[in-house]
Design a binder for this molecule. Structure first.
Ligand code: AMP
Length: 554
């Protein structure tokens, strides 16, 4: 069995914004505490997190079904099965065919490198590790990928591995489970596809009726198709076949690919479950599993589907989970399904706001908010294009209803959304907002993440959220796809514990800091941990979001 070695020579340059080469400029944003006027020009943002477009699929509207059918998760290959659910597999009762997953032998140069040199390299490239990871390779000469892979890399014109590849390849090839925190655009697809190809080429070939050896789960059709493009480029010369299965397209051609047999399946969760339930394919041969953009998948309500799919795959598989952020939901998924894993983070540990957004913080009293909101909407209405959309974030469902009523009384076309609204109501509200029939959406944090609506120019934090991470997600509803936007926050003495974190978010984004807020930050001391986007590795305390008070139920 071939063993591929990874060899090292010199440091790669940085490919991406996450690697500290963020450039930004913000000229002339001025803050006036008595109103909200501001000027801006010249934003140059390169740090937005959601570069791909997607629409959140329904805030928890999840597939029903579940376990308990009669199938045993194996057998039944290639044909249709009228059983409509997947049975939980009792892995302990199965005798599983052994398979190889460690193909890594470091190059002598890598072995020679001192701990200090490795640490220096990681630090200068903003690579942080939790766990026992092999040393990174430092350029392509040090990778001993097979020729067919190297030829393809050369034909792409890539000069050096990106940071995620430099650290991710040795780790993935060593067969360990891993969590990678990296942004789209960091070269992560190749970081897991090339090891997948090596993994596949070292397994028994597929027999008739076998399912894939590598499974890549992705949140959206668009991302799945992008991944497939990379798998096509690098897989075709090695006869590694793939197919992409996603909802919203006819099932026939996808089913035929699956039945013919493919080594890699790239799938969105819902459509894959359809095929698994019907027995079109199975995951009996799957030994290499990738969860891409895990945070987005959870944001989109796919957790039950992911758990269902993962329950169908042998537990000694290699799992690679990728996420742009590390909230507790993603952490829990990793703990439940990866057990022992190495975590790598690429990029600054600081969570940062999109630099295309002008952030204005008004320090005020609780009882001033209503008046200020009215004034602000008036100013927006008087001065801005009528089609501009506004989101107002409020803490509780009840307040959402109250504020929406009040705004409507003043003649504004407002709609609202919170956790008590039915799926149908939410869909309706989103449609109204999306097509501009209502230009103001009042919402709880149910709309803070993932919501991607064109034309949102203003985000108003009527109630300041419980953490700077939530704040960053909320204001990220504007300034998308390189457009600009403005956010406002009413910040009261009750929020003073958040002042220090907020000041660091503002400073990082080169915003003008309201002196009253700065003063509050100095007096309150805050949590002291800054806006750490991980909340600590493995949930350990680092003074980040884990330390914040529990948010209100919305
Ligand atoms: P991803 O993070 O996988 O979405 O990749 C982002 C982009 O980086 C893609 O367009 C890749 O073609 C490109 N890319 C991947 N690896 C490298 C590399 N080593 N050098 C330069 N560009 C790369």
């Amino acid at each position: 069995m071939a063993v591929f070695s990874m060899w090292v020579k010199r440091a790669p340059s940085r490919l991406l914004p996450c690697l500290s080469s963020l450039s930004y400029k913000q000229n002339g944003s001025s803050y006036k505490s008595n109103g909200f006027s501001s000027q801006r020009n010249g934003y140059d943002n390169k740090s937005s997190y959601d570069s791909g477009k997607y629409q959140r699929n329904g805030f928890g509207g999840q597939r029903s079904g579940g376990y308990g059918g009669q199938r045993n998760g194996f057998g039944n290959k290639g044909g249709w099965n009228d059983q409509n659910s997947l049975q939980t597999i009792n892995w302990e009762s199965k005798s599983l065919m052994p398979f190889e997953k460690n193909f890594y032998e470091p190059h002598p140069n890598v072995k020679k490198r001192s701990e200090y040199e490795v640490e220096q390299y990681r630090q200068s490239n903003e690579i942080t590790i939790d766990g026992d990871a092999p040393s990174p390779i430092q350029n392509f000469d040090e990778t001993n990928f097979p020729d067919y892979v190297m030829d393809q890399i050369k034909s792409q014109g890539y000069e050096k591995p990106t940071c995620i590849q430099a650290q991710g390849w040795p780790l993935a090839l060593s067969g360990k489970n891993m969590v990678g925190i990296a942004q789209t655009g960091s070269g992560k697809t190749l970081a897991y596809i090339l090891p997948a190809i090596v993994h596949i080429n070292n397994q028994q070939p597929l027999s008739r009726g076998d399912g894939p050896i590598a499974l890549v789960l992705a949140p959206t059709r668009e991302l799945a198709q992008q991944i497939q493009q990379v798998a096509n480029e690098f897989g075709h010369s090695t006869y590694v076949r793939n197919t992409c299965v996603f909802g919203g397209a006819p099932k026939g051609p996808q089913a035929r690919d699956l039945e013919r047999g493919v080594e890699i399946v790239i799938a969105t969760p819902g459509r894959l479950i359809d095929f698994l339930e019907k027995g079109t394919t199975n995951l009996q041969r799957c030994t290499y599993l990738v969860l891409d953009e895990a945070d987005r998948m959870l944001d989109m309500g796919f957790e039950p589907q992911i758990r269902k799919i993962l329950g169908q795959i042998r537990p000694d598989r290699q799992t690679l989970m990728w996420s742009a952020t590390w909230p507790k939901e993603v952490k829990r998924l990793a703990q439940d399904f990866l057990s022992d894993y190495v975590q790598i983070n690429i990029g600054s540990l600081q969570l940062s706001a999109n630099h295309n957004i002008l952030q204005i913080v008004d320090v005020c009293g609780e009882n001033e908010k209503e008046f200020k909101l009215n004034t602000l909407l008036q100013e927006i209405g008087d001065n801005v294009d009528r089609d501009s959309k506004v989101i107002i974030f409020v803490e509780t469902k009840r307040k959402v209803e109250d504020i929406t009523r009040t705004i409507r009384k003043f003649g504004w076309p407002a709609v609202c959304m919170h956790g008590d609204k039915s799926q149908q109501e939410r869909d309706y509200v989103l449609r109204q907002f999306r097509n501009g029939k209502s230009t103001i959406l009042v919402a709880t944090d149910v709309a803070a993440r993932g919501l991607d609506v064109d034309g949102i120019k203003f985000v108003i934090n009527y109630d300041y959220p419980n953490s700077s991470e939530d704040y960053i997600h909320r204001i990220g509803r504007t300034g998308r796809s390189n457009t600009t936007g403005t956010s406002y926050a009413f910040f009261t003495p009750n929020n003073s514990k958040q002042a220090k974190d907020l000041v660091s978010v503002l400073k990082e984004a080169n915003q003008v800091v309201n002196p009253k807020l700065e003063d509050m930050a100095k007096r309150s001391g805050g949590y002291g941990g800054g806006n750490n986007r991980w909340g600590g590795f493995r949930g350990s305390y680092r003074g980040g979001r884990d330390s914040q008070p529990k948010r209100m139920k919305w």
